[in-house]
Write a protein that binds this ligand. Sequence first.
Ligand code: FAD
Length: 571
Amino acid sequence: KSDSTYDYIVVGGGTSGLVVANRLSEQKNTTVLVIEAGGSVYNNPNVTDTLGYGKAFGTDIDWAYETTDQEYAGGSSQIVRAGKALGGTSTINGLVYLRAQAAQIDAWEAIGNKGWNWKTLLPYFKKGEKLQDPAKHPVLDGSGITFDPAYHGFTGPLKVGWPSTQLNDGLAQKLNATYQNLDVPVQFNHDSNSGDMVGYSLYPKTLDYELNIREDAARAYYYPYQNRTNLHVWLNTHANKITWKDGHEATADGVEVTLSNGKTTVVKATREVILAAGALKSPVLLELSGVGNPDILAKYGIATKVNLPTVGENLQDQMNNGLQFESKKSYADGKSADYVSYPSAAQLFPNSTALGADLLRKLPAYAAQVASANGNVTKASDIYRFFKIQWDLIFRDGIPVAEILLSPYGNLYSSEYWGSVPFSRGSIHLSSADPMAAAIIDPKYFMLDFDFEAQVQAARFIREVFNTEPLGDMAGAETTPGLSTVPADADDEAWADFIKGKYRSNFHPITTTAMLPKEIGGVVDTSLKVYGTSNVRVVDASIMPFQVCGHLQSTVYAVAERAADIIKGRL
Ligand code: FAD
């Protein structure tokens, strides 16, 4: 085989792509090529600094995708960030390592994805993970960290743990006391990675404790293995589209790429093309390759290879807002910590039962609205099924409905938060046959009013936490939005300007090539193979059928680990 023919081509050397490339190239006789649009960020301080969240934003390693103007959310567009580098978004993300509620992964199976549930995914969370035991790091004594070893891996490639800069001044314990003093207490959660997320906890991060640097997908899954002669990576190389074998069958035989020197060429795959370009690129690559909605493809003169109208539909994200409060103590000593609480509906909403009943009545109308917004490409009856499962997760299984972070820095307490399971669903589609053109990204933030209600109620909840002792005594005035902007007794309407004017994308886009049965709008089957093709898979965040309450990366890593075993024929 030459340098232009490989068994497998992985498109996108990001979080999921490097996992799959690593595992496939464990097989010595298997050749794997990774095509990555970005470069190496091994020595980029904006990446390595564990306290540097945000430093890479707007630099050349940030795709900074722009959405359409968001009509239900104040009218402006949003920037959705994603990493353009070997390691992908794991090189710019917030390092948070938090999984999902077990019931949420079980819902993947319940909707028709046989074999995908919490029990079958947990071994893959553990397989990838190398938890650095805080008990071996005396500097962390007193920081309040707890975990249950039964749910963690200690020998995988990905280093996970708490930083040596972790705050241990007693704030963790005071916050816990505060949560116990709420009218509806939020209990301490010993390990929020156990499949039960509800409660207050201190979560681990993707970092190397010894070196005090970020652990990204390239550091975990590529650099230690870069000497494998059967694993090649082409950096600064843009994948344009899949190329197909002649004939009726949709069998991929390669990928057209534009090299760093601007030359366009085709690299051949003898077995499979595996898309791992992220939820805002993989669906567009399918469309550029003729897989998608024929009406959309025809607009741009692209011949339909596979008629699969739901490619790019079902786009889901979350909305992120933040409150800030003065701190009476200064946290400027280089130590930091983030504390998370995950309230259930019963803990967040004072009238949870009535609210749930009201929402249940609204679901058919919500489903019809989503379907009509995409020209009924997805069917209202299918969307209703997804929504009913989501309703059951919230009001029966008691999954978290919000994520509330609390981080002290300088003379402030910052509290970013988001409703964890919005119902709104939008879409992403290409805007041109030019592979370099920006896509049309429309997440439809706040289209459905439950999403707004959850976002408002989480803000009220944060105010209550800051009005509860002992935290209440440690915090000063609310600086964002401030009581003069949004009064203490503000109704939902009075919150709207702040929430819709100041929110941002939570950078958790998913479901754009959903793993679902084809008849209810699926793009990939349970082996992650694109329907109608014989050898194209998607292995990234695009395939998640439902949003998860934790952050995405741990689940992306686990899905990719499982995908590799599927591709190897082990499952
Ligand atoms: P990616 O990791 O984005 O990989 C896609 C790769 O494909 C990229 O390297 C990209 O450059 C490449 N690519 C795209 N198009 C092409 C093309 N045409 N040709 C060649 N290459 C291409 N999750 C957490 O769990 N914890 C967090 O704290 C957290 N914080 C976040 C903060 C930010 C700012 C962002 C943006 C996300 C955050 N996330 C977090 C989400 C999480 O990091 C991502 O969901 C996850 O990394 C996505 O993995 P992926 O494999 O789907 O895509």
